[in-house]
Design a protein around this ligand. Structure first.
Ligand code: GTA
Length: 180
């Protein structure tokens, strides 16, 4: 199947400042990776829930929950590792933006999990961006990561309206087509 994500520079709006290589190497890693970062998750979402949702795109190799480095409790993100690139792309295409525990989650191509990346990097122990939050238990359209995802989707050629409609239309992941 031809990739829908041909323009490597638009694979992710995020650049991991701890990636040691060049921008070109970073984009190369994103274009072949079978790892996804999932953001904007509820702190109460479990690994089992993540599995149940993301297995709809294909067989999952591993899930690594993101943890607060002080409390060792979930802090709103995780990594999902697939076996195949096609399944990884399908997860971004069909599952990113759906609602999990009342929050529109964001699936982002990732350059690859390494030990240590499961910890929040913020000073408080959680995610960096949570320290800049002004919205707590946000409304669906006020989520910081939702806005990020809109910008990202826009880069992929979708309008913010399309993204909004997709989220409202899906109203959860019940309508996601199960792969054979
Ligand atoms: N693939 O979008 C992502 C992503 N994010 C947000 C985090 N990770 C991601 N991976 C992918 N896509 O392994 C990964 C990280 C790490 C783990 C936890 O999740 O690679 P973190 O969220 O705690 O820390 O990471 P990270 O990613 O280093 O922080 P972030 O959000 O990019 O912030 C970078 C800089 O921007 C910081 O120096 C901060 O000062 C600044 N910043 C961040 N948010 C804001 C904001 N709202 N306003 C102003 N400045 C901000």
């Amino acid at each position: 199947m031809a990739s829908l994500f041909k323009d490597q520079s638009k694979l992710s709006a995020y650049r991991d400042r701890r990636f040691a290589g060049t921008q070109e190497e970073f984009e190369q890693a994103l274009s072949s990776s079978t790892t996804l970062y999932i953001g904007n998750m509820s702190f109460y979402t479990t690994e089992e829930q993540v599995y149940e949702l993301f297995t709809r795109a294909g067989e999952i190799k591993k899930i690594i929950m993101g943890l607060d480095k002080n409390t060792k409790t979930p802090c709103g993100f995780c990594f999902v590792l697939y076996y195949s690139r096609e399944d990884t792309e399908d997860a971004v295409k069909y599952i990113s933006g759906t609602i999990l525990d009342d929050r529109p989650i964001r699936a982002d191509f990732d350059w690859g999990f390494q030990e240590g990346r499961q910890w929040g990097r913020g000073r408080s122990g959680g995610q960096v961006r949570d320290e800049y939050r002004t919205d707590y238990d946000p409304d669906i359209l006020c989520s910081l990561e939702y806005l990020d995802s809109s910008i990202f989707s826009h880069q992929l050629g979708l309008s913010t309206l399309q993204v909004s409609l997709t989220i409202l239309h899906r109203g959860g992941y019940g309508k996601l087509v199960q792969k054979e």
